[in-house]
Write a protein that binds this ligand. Structure first.
Ligand SMILES: [Zn+2]
Length: 467
C-alpha cells in the first residue's frame, strides 16, 4: 500500500475505510486462494498425528524443497557444489547440519541468487521484516507459503476458540500499520476493514486523553477478539484497570513482540479471557503458537523445521536455551534453509498437556538484541528486569536502553505521583540485578518512542551480544 499512501493519508475517513476494505479484498485473493482450504484441512488433521507421522510429512516436504533448491536456486547449487553434496545427501532434518547456517547478511548479499530461476524479481510477492534490528530485510514468497501462513493463523484462532474468517468473530486489531495519519489529533483513531469484520486501532495515538475515545467506539462495535502487539494491548488493559473497568472478550491474540508476564496478567484480567500468543516471522520459516492448555508454544512442524543451536553451532539438548535456526518448508520461490533468526528459545522436554505431539518451545521472550550483556559476561533477560517496576503504580510506561556495558538509561513516563523515593527504589533494585558498577540514569519523558513499524521494544541493547 506504500505507493498509494499519500493518497490514503489525504482521503477523508469514510474513503480511508473503503480503501482499506478494498485493499483487503484484493489481498484476500492471494491469502485465501484455492490452496488455503486444502492447507487448513491438512492442519486440522495433522495436529493430532503421531511423532513418526509428523516426521514423515516433514521429510517428504524437505526432500521436495532440497530438490527444488538444488535444481533452481543458484545460491544453493553453489553451496551444494562447494561441499560436494547432492540432494540425496539431505533426506531428513538430521542431515541439515551438512549445510551452512544462512544469515540475514547472506540473504542481503545473495538476494537475486536465492530466488528460484524463472521468477521475475519485480512481480513476485514480497514481505519485509520490520527492521527492529535496524536492518530491514526483504524476502520473496510464492503463493503456497502465503496461503499456508494464513491457514496456520486460522488454526491458531481455532485453538483460541475464535473464528478468523469473513463471517467469523468481530476483531479489534492493534498492530503497527499507520492506518491513522500520525498528525491527526482528534478521533477517530481507528478505521474499519468491513471484509474481515475488523476495527483497526492505531498504535500511534495511545494517550490517556485519547483512550476514552477508543473505548467509546469499542463499546459500540463490541469486538469479541483483540489481536495485536502485547505492548499496545497492555496500554488498553491498563487504561481499563486504572478506571476500574473491564471489557469482556473471547480471547486476546498477541504476537510480534516479547509478551511479558506482567502484560499477560493485566490483559487477561482486563479483558476477562486468556491470552493466546503466537510466534511467526516475515521470513516465513517458522510458526509456533499456544493452545488452550498454555504449556508454551507448539511448533508447527508442518510449516518448518526448527533447530536450537548453542554458540558453537551444536544442537542444544531439550531444556537448554539457544538460537532458533529455521527451515521453511513451503516457500519454493526463495527457499531459506537453516536461516538463523535473532531469537532464542528452548525445546520444552515435557510436551503439552493437550496431548498433541507438536513439539513445544518456551515462549520466545528474548530477541537476542533485546538482552543486556554485562561486563562480567552475564546476559540478562528483559523479563528479569520487570520486577523492580512491579510495585510502582506511578509509572505509566517505561523503556530500558543499554548505552554501554556499564550504562543503562531508563525512560519513565511518570504519573503525577512519581516520587523521589520511587526513583531511588528503581535505581537500587536495578543495580541489585545488574551490578553496583552499572550506572542507572532515570530520564522522565512524555512518551516512549516506538520504532517506525510501531513496535515497542521495552529493552534495547546497543551492546553487541556475544552469541
Ligand atoms: Zn497443547
Amino acid at each position: 500500500m506504500s505507493t498509494g499512501k499519500s493518497i490514503y493519508d489525504k482521503a477523508p475517513v469514510f474513503l480511508q475505510n473503503l480503501l482499506l476494505t478494498g485493499y483487503s479484498a484484493l489481498l484476500d485473493r492471494k491469502r485465501y486462494g484455492r490452496q488455503f482450504s486444502e492447507y487448513a484441512a491438512l492442519l486440522e488433521r495433522s495436529q493430532w498425528l503421531s511423532g513418526p507421522e509428523l516426521a514423515s510429512y516433514q521429510e517428504e516436504r524437505l526432500r521436495l524443497l532440497i530438490g527444488r533448491a538444488y535444481d533452481t536456486v543458484p545460491y544453493y547449487r553453489r553451496v551444494f557444489d562447494e561441499r560436494g553434496l547432492k540432494p540425496g545427501d539431505i533426506r531428513t532434518p538430521a542431515d541439515l547440519p551438512k549445510l551452512p547456517v544462512l544469515t540475514r547478511q547472506d540473504i542481503k548479499d545473495n538476494f537475486k541468487d536465492l530466488l528460484s530461476t524463472g521468477l521475475n524479481v519485480k512481480t513476485v510477492p514480497k514481505g519485509h521484516t520490520s527492521g527492529t534490528t535496524g536492518s530491514p530485510l526483504e524476502v520473496c514468497y510464492d503463493r503456497s507459503v502465503i496461503q499456508f501462513t494464513y491457514a496456520a493463523l486460522d488454526r491458531h484462532y481455532r485453538w483460541a476458540g475464535c473464528e478468523l474468517s469473513r463471517a467469523g468473530d468481530r476483531i479489534a486489531v492493534a498492530r503497527g500499520n499507520v492506518i491513522v495519519p500520525l498528525g491527526q489529533e482528534s478521533p477517530p483513531f481507528w478505521r474499519y476493514n468491513r471484509v474481515h469484520n475488523q476495527i483497526l486501532l492505531s498504535s500511534f495515538h495511545l494517550s490517556r486523553k485519547n483512550l476514552g475515545h477508543y473505548f467509546r467506539e469499542l463499546e459500540r462495535y463490541r469486538p469479541a477478539v483483540f489481536d495485536g502487539y502485547p505492548s499496545t494491548l497492555y496500554v488498553l488493559a491498563k487504561y481499563l484497570h486504572d478506571n476500574g473497568r473491564t471489557f469482556p472478550a473471547k480471547a486476546v491474540i498477541t504476537s510480534s513482540e516479547t509478551l511479558y508476564d506482567f502484560q499477560r496478567e493485566l490483559i487477561e484480567k482486563s479483558f476477562g479471557c486468556r491470552v493466546f500468543d503466537y510466534y511467526a516471522l516475515a521470513e516465513r520459516t517458522v510458526f509456533a503458537s499456544e493452545c488452550s492448555a498454555h504449556c508454551g508454544n507448539h511448533l508447527y512442524p508442518e510449516y518448518g523445521i526448527t533447530e536450537v543451536l548453542d554458540r558453537n553451532g551444536e544442537a542444544c539438548a531439550p531444556g537448554e536455551a539457544g538460537l532458533l535456526v529455521t527451515t521453511g518448508l513451503h516457500n519454493l520461490a526463495m527457499p531459506l534453509i537453516r536461516y538463523a533468526t535473532s531469537d532464542m528459545t528452548s525445546i520444552r522436554p515435557a510436551g503439552c498437556a493437550c496431548g498433541r505431539r507438536l513439539p513445544v518451545i518456551e515462549p520466545v521472550t528474548t530477541k537476542a538484541e533485546d538482552m543486556l550483556t554485562l561486563e562480567d559476561g552475564r546476559v540478562i533477560s528483559p523479563s528479569v528486569l520487570t520486577h523492580p517496576f512491579k510495585p510502582l503504580d506511578s509509572v505509566a510506561a517505561s523503556q530500558i536502553v543499554q548505552e554501554g556495558l556499564n550504562d543503562i538509561l531508563v525512560r519513565i513516563v511518570p504519573n503525577s505521583n512519581f516520587t523521589p523515593e520511587e526513583r531511588d527504589h528503581l535505581v537500587k533494585e536495578l543495580k541489585a540485578r545488574l551490578g553496583e558498577r552499572v550506572n542507572v540514569n532515570i530520564e522522565l519523558v512524555n512518551e516512549v518512542p516506538r520504532s517506525r513499524s510501531g513496535k515497542f521494544r521495552w529493552v534495547i541493547s546497543n551492546v553487541k551480544l556475544g552469541i
